[in-house]
Design a protein around this ligand. Structure first.
Ligand code: CMX
Length: 435
C-alpha cells in the first residue's frame, strides 16, 4: 500500500470506533435548533453535517484543519524559489490532518504525475461537443466520461465489504485529481486555441503543469496557479459544490458521479460562475462608459443601476462570511507582490471601496464584503487569460482537492445516505395554526 494511503488508514479508521462510542454516549445530545425562516432560507446556519477538511468562520474566514490562509501561505511547502504554497500540500493537510513535510508534498506530486494519463475516450467525448459548449458543461461531461475508470464501481459490483469502501474511493479520488489539469487544459486549448494541445510535463508540480498545458509558461503564472489552486480548494461542507459532492456520494455513487454533481453546482452564477460574471460585469461597465478607467462616481452609478435592474453585484456577499474574504486578500497580496500597474486590478480595488457602503445601505444584505470571485478574474486577465467563460473550470480543478479528500473521509467513517426530511407550506400553516 502506498505511504499516503497507509497514513490515511492509520488516521481515519480508528476514528470510526471513536465516533461510534461518542454516538453511543452522546447521540441524544441536542446540538442546535432551527427556525422557520431557515427552512425557507436555504437552511443557512443549520449545522447538519460533518466535514473534516475545513471549517468556515463568518468573521475570520476559512480554516483548513485549523490553519488560516495567511498561516498556510507561510507554513506549507513551496516550489523552489516560490512564495506560494504547493496545492499538493493543502490536499495532504486536508486528507491527513497534519502539515506535510517537503517530502510528503513531493510524494503527492509524483503520485499524481504517475496517475495523470487521461483515457482517449474522454477526449472523444469532448471532441463530440460543439466548441461553443460552455467549458463547465464540457468539464462535467468529461468527469462523467472518466467514470468508466471507477475502481469503486468495479469493487462494489464485485461485492466489496462496506468496511473497505474507502480504499477504492481513495484510488478514484487520486486518479481523478491527477487527471483534472489535463482535462481542463484540453477544454481550454480546444475551445480557444484551435485544438493546439500541449503535452503534460511530468517533472512539473500539479499546478505548474496545469499552467504549462494551458499555454502559460511564465514563473509568475505558475505561482498564481499554485495560489489559486490552494485557496479555492475547500470552504467547509455546506457550500453547493461540496454539499452536492457529499450528498451524491452518500448514495454510494462513485467519485466521478459525485464530483460531477459538485461541478454542476459550481457552474451556478451565485456560486463559482461568479468569477466569470465579475469580469463580464466590469467589462460591460467600461464599455457603457466608453472604455478606459471609470471614476469612483461612475462605479457608484453602475452599481446602483445593477441593483435597480434587479441583479446582484457579482463577487460581493456570502452566505456565511461576514467580512472581506481572506481569499480575496490573498489575491490582493499576490497582486501587490508581483504586479506593478494594471488598470483592471486598480478597478477591482476601486470597486472594493465603492460597493460595501452601497450594499450596506440597502439594509437587507447580510455581507456587503467581497468574496474570492471579486478578485480572481483580474489576475487571470493580467497574465493574458481573457476567456472568462473558462474561469470556473479553474475553480473546479481546485475544488476537487477539498471535496474529494472529504469523500474519502465519508467512506472511511461509513457516513450513511443523507436524507433530511421536508414538509409543505400547508403542513407548516397547520402546525402554526394559521388559517
Ligand atoms: N448584490 C445585490 N444583492 C445582493 C447581493 C449582491 N452581491 N448579495 C446578496 N444580495 C441580496 C440577495 O439577493 C437577497 O435579496 P432578496 O431578499 O431580495 O432575495 C438579500 O440581499 C439577502 O441576501 P443574503 O442573505 O445577504 O445573501 P444569501 O446568503 O442569500 O446569498 C450570495 C449569498 C453569495 C448568493 C449573494 O451574496 C450573491 O448573490 N452574491 C453575488 C454572487 C456571488 O458573488 N457569488 C459568489 C459567492 C462565492 C462563491 O461561492 O464562489
Amino acid at each position: 500500500m502506498e505511504t499516503l494511503k497507509e497514513k490515511f488508514a492509520e488516521k481515519a479508521l480508528p476514528m470510526t470506533k471513536e465516533i461510534k462510542a461518542m454516538l453511543k454516549e452522546h447521540g441524544e445530545s441536542v446540538m442546535g435548533e432551527y427556525k422557520l425562516s431557515q427552512m425557507y432560507g436555504g437552511m443557512k446556519g443549520i449545522v447538519g453535517m460533518v466535514t473534516e477538511t475545513s471549517k468556515l468562520d463568518p468573521e475570520e474566514g476559512i480554516r483548513f484543519r485549523g490553519y488560516s490562509i495567511p498561516e498556510l501561505r507561510e507554513k506549507l511547502p513551496k516550489a523552489p524559489g516560490g512564495f506560494e504554497p504547493l496545492p499538493e500540500g493543502i490536499f495532504y493537510l486536508m486528507l491527513i490532518g497534519e502539515l506535510p513535510t517537503e517530502e510528503n508534498v513531493i510524494n503527492v506530486s509524483n503520485n499524481w504525475a504517475r496517475r495523470a494519463i487521461v483515457p482517449k475516450h474522454v477526449f472523444n467525448v469532448l471532441d463530440a461537443l460543439p466548441k461553443s459548449t460552455h467549458p463547465m458543461t464540457q468539464f462535467s461531461a468529461a468527469i462523467l466520461a472518466l467514470g468508466t475508470e471507477s475502481e469503486f464501481a468495479k469493487a462494489y459490483s464485485e461485492g466489496i465489504n462496506k468496511k473497505d469502501y474507502w480504499d477504492p474511493t481513495y484510488e478514484d479520488v487520486m486518479n481523478l485529481i491527477a487527471r483534472l489539469p489535463r482535462i481542463a487544459a484540453y477544454i481550454y486549448r480546444r475551445k480557444y486555441h484551435n485544438d493546439e494541445h500541449i503535452e503534460p510535463d511530468a517533472k512539473l508540480d500539479w499546478a505548474a503543469n496545469l499552467a504549462h498545458m494551458l499555454g502559460f509558461d511564465s514563473d509568475e503564472f505558475k505561482r498564481l496557479m499554485r495560489l489559486y489552486m490552494t485557496i479555492h480548494s475547500d470552504h467547509e461542507g455546506g457550500n453547493v459544490s461540496a454539499h452536492a459532492t457529499h450528498l451524491v456520494g452518500s448514495a454510494l455513487s462513485d467519485a466521478y458521479f459525485s464530483f460531477a454533481s459538485g461541478m454542476n453546482g459550481l457552474a451556478g452564477p451565485l456560486h463559482g460562475l461568479a468569477n466569470q460574471e465579475v469580469i463580464k460585469w466590469i467589462q460591460k461597465m467600461k464599455e457603457e462608459l466608453g472604455g478606459g478607467k471609470p471614476s469612483k462616481e461612475q462605479i457608484e452609478d453602475y452599481v446602483n443601476k445593477t441593483i435597480k435592474d434587479g441583479k446582484v453585484v457579482p463577487g460581493y456577499g456570502h452566505a456565511v462570511l461576514r467580512k472581506t474574504d481572506p481569499r480575496y486578500t490573498a489575491q490582493w497580496d499576490f497582486a501587490k507582490r508581483y504586479i506593478e500597474e494594471d488598470d483592471l486590478i486598480d478597478i477591482v480595488h476601486m470597486i472594493y471601496e465603492v460597493v460595501p457602503p452601497i450594499l450596506e445601505s440597502l439594509g437587507k444584505i447580510k455581507n456587503p464584503w467581497p468574496n474570492v470571485d471579486a478578485h480572481s478574474g483580474a489576475l487571470l486577465v493580467h497574465y493574458g487569460m481573457e476567456e472568462y467563460d473558462f474561469y470556473t473550470v479553474l475553480f473546479g480543478v481546485s475544488r476537487s482537492l477539498g471535496v474529494l479528500a472529504q469523500l474519502i473521509w465519508d467512506r472511511a467513517l461509513g457516513l450513511p445516505i443523507e436524507r433530511p426530511s421536508s414538509t409543505t407550506t400547508e403542513l407548516i400553516k397547520q402546525k402554526l395554526q394559521i388559517a
